[in-house]
Design a protein around this ligand. Structure first.
Ligand code: ATP
Length: 332
């Protein structure tokens, strides 16, 4: 359904997208995951023909988005990060207007198309209301409805849950899941749990580069061959550090705390096998008692953190803070 090849987008000297290639098969739900500024919206804007690429090609259903834009765009329903809503129209008027734009002109076809999407995204009860008076969650549903008009086989959804409250997020996510099977879907998000919950394939992009792609399960499994080891070692910090540095079985380590002669360490093993026995004898040789040792596999959160250097919680906090600032600003 989608074939993106060697996509590059430069804004002056700034390289927003650097040679990204991927394919999306019919019926897949794919998540484009990355921190703020990774290049998700830029990639989606190029895929929909909204902006042009510096180089590279995008094919939708075999049609090049630049060479056969009309055929390619007929296959796409697009929900941009800011839904293109005319706030002074009622929901019904707006969706009827979108039908005009998409070439659905006959009165009965229009009524059928609008009724179908209103039912699909559960906005029938607000169809007579002005868009500007709707809650953010309902506005997002109307945005989804306009993308669905004409029943396009491909939906491109840019951060579909951004700025919504937790209840609205759950509703929109389940709405998107309910569209699976009828459409191929590519959605962008910086929320890993969201992509994990909705998507069957993940593309992780960072600083304009595709850094990993696979199913959520395989991504976790692939990185899970590195074991994380939590150690508490009795001894002086310098002795413990020397032993950790000399260890044959540890790839990296970090001292996380120090209390009552006990040094807490988080380390990663360089081996796929369980190295707890070897570590025990290594530290025993140096007369440094290990008083606690645990291993754990990397979660998908850890994978994201390793690949992008971004902490999901930090990103979420930053976003919450900026939303609070926006709200304070609105109140002034
Ligand atoms: P976010 O989640 O914050 O929207 P994103 O992954 O969608 O992030 P993009 O909006 O694609 O990221 O931006 C990628 C980079 O390109 C960023 O560094 C951004 O500042 C830059 N950029 C985007 N649009 C423009 C523009 N019109 N002119 C200059 N730079 C731009």
């Amino acid at each position: 359904m989608i074939e993106v090849s060697n996509l590059v987008k430069d804004y002056g000297n700034h390289h927003a997208v650097k040679d990204i290639s991927f394919t999306v098969d019919d019926g897949q739900i794919v998540g484009l995951l990355g921190p703020n500024g990774a290049g998700k919206s830029t990639t989606m804007n190029i895929m929909t023909g909204y902006i042009s690429a510096t180089s590279g090609t995008v094919k939708i259903g075999g049609c090049d988005i630049l060479e056969e834009p009309i055929q390619a765009k007929k296959l796409i329903g697009y929900l941009p990060e800011l839904p293109p809503l005319y706030e002074d129209m009622t929901v019904g008027e707006y969706l009827s207007f979108v039908c005009d734009l998409k070439g659905i002109r006959k009165k009965e076809d229009k009524i059928a198309a609008v009724t179908e999407v209103e039912e699909a995204v559960k906005i029938t009860e607000v169809k007579g209301r002005l868009i500007k008076n709707l809650s953010k969650g309902y506005k997002q549903r109307v945005g989804l409805a306009q993308a669905l008009i004409g029943n396009p086989p491909l939906l491109i959804l840019d951060e579909p849950t951004v700025g919504l409250d937790p209840n609205q997020i759950i509703e929109i996510r389940s709405l998107i899941k309910s569209l699976a099977g009828k459409h191929t879907i590519i959605l962008s998000s910086h929320i890993l749990s969201e992509v994990n919950a909705i998507c069957d394939y993940v593309l992780i992009i960072d600083k304009g580069i595709l850094v990993a792609e696979d199913t959520p399960e395989n991504l976790s499994r692939h990185f899970a061959d590195k074991n994380r080891i939590l150690l508490s070692i009795k001894g002086e910090r310098t002795q413990v550090e020397e032993a950790l540095e000399a260890s044959l079985y540890l790839e990296s380590f970090e001292i996380t705390s120090e209390h009552d002669d006990i040094i807490d360490v988080t380390a990663e093993s360089s081996s796929e096998k369980d190295v707890r026995d070897e570590l025990f004898f290594e530290f025993a040789d140096k007369k440094l008692p290990i008083v606690k040792m645990e291993t754990e596999n990397l979660s998908l959160e850890d994978v994201f953190l390793k690949l992008t250097g971004q902490d999901i919680d930090e990103m979420q906090n930053e976003e919450n803070e900026s939303q609070e600032e926006d709200q304070e600003g609105d109140g002034k």
